[in-house]
Ligand binder design. Structure first.
Ligand code: PLP
Length: 230
């Protein structure tokens, strides 16, 4: 077994175990393999081991990987999980299944406008800075409600839920995941289409078990699948 394939197997077993502990179905947790800084050949290897959803953080690198001959014609889907600047939206809008890292209404507006030009409806998540660390991107939890309201009205995009990057400390992380879940419940109460607001993108290699216990529906795992980044 290749090392990516065996790591993927291990991660899936850990996900299954965390789901058992949480009393949840494995089918309710989607694994996104975060391939940033890793080669198209590595993505190909994960694809051959059955992985279909991949996460990328940097626009230029993402565009290059999309076009890579190793991946040409493969049915895989890309999630853009990095912080997305407005002026880069145009470059990725027709290549992504979901955009996770939006933390300004103006970026969602740009996504809406560019999606309309392609006749698409693009799913996205609002990123929340649950740890309130100044170094992190994400909406301040206090401005989330207002931002979500403004996003509901935009055409050609669908707000599907929330995303966060938690604190390094696992106790703090678990509390932040729990807060994100409560925030989602809250914005659902005012949503015109509450049934569409289902996603909690939270949990990475170091904290996905806590995230699953707190209701994560999408976990973003890089290191545990592809090894450490240079
Ligand atoms: C890099 C990255 C990940 C993956 O992190 P690992 O610790 O390598 O699993 C997840 N989410 C985001 C937003 C990232 O930038």
């Amino acid at each position: 077994m290749s090392s990516i394939s065996s790591k993927l197997t291990t991660v899936k077993e850990q996900i299954a175990e965390a789901c058992r502990k949480a009393g949840r179905s494995e089918h309710d947790v989607t694994l996104i393999a975060v391939s940033k800084t890793k080669s198209a050949a590595a993505v190909r290897e994960a694809w051959e081991a059955g992985q279909r959803k991949f996460g990328e953080s940097y626009v230029q690198e993402f565009l290059e990987k999309c076009e890579a001959p190793e991946l040409s014609g493969l049915p895989l889907s890309w999630h853009f999980i990095g912080h997305l600047q407005s002026n880069k939206v145009r470059q990725i809008v027709d290549k992504v299944t979901m955009v996770h890292g939006i933390d300004k209404v103006s970026t969602a507006e740009e996504l809406s406008k560019r999606a309309a030009q392609h006749n698409l409806t693009v799913d996205f998540l609002l990123e929340v800075n649950t740890s309130r660390e100044a170094s992190k991107y994400g909406l301040d939890p206090d401005s989330l409600l207002q931002a979500a309201e403004e996003c509901f009205a935009l055409p050609n995009v669908r707000l599907r839920g929330l995303m966060t990057i938690a604190s390094y400390d696992s106790t703090a992380a678990r509390r932040e995941f729990s807060e994100l879940r409560k925030m989602l419940e809250k914005i659902r109460q005012n949503a015109p289409e509450p049934a569409a607001l289902t996603e909690l993108s939270m949990g990475m290699s170091g904290d996905f078990e806590e995230a699953i216990l707190e209701g994560a529906t999408m976990i973003r795992i890089g290191t545990a699948i592809f090894g450490r980044r240079a």
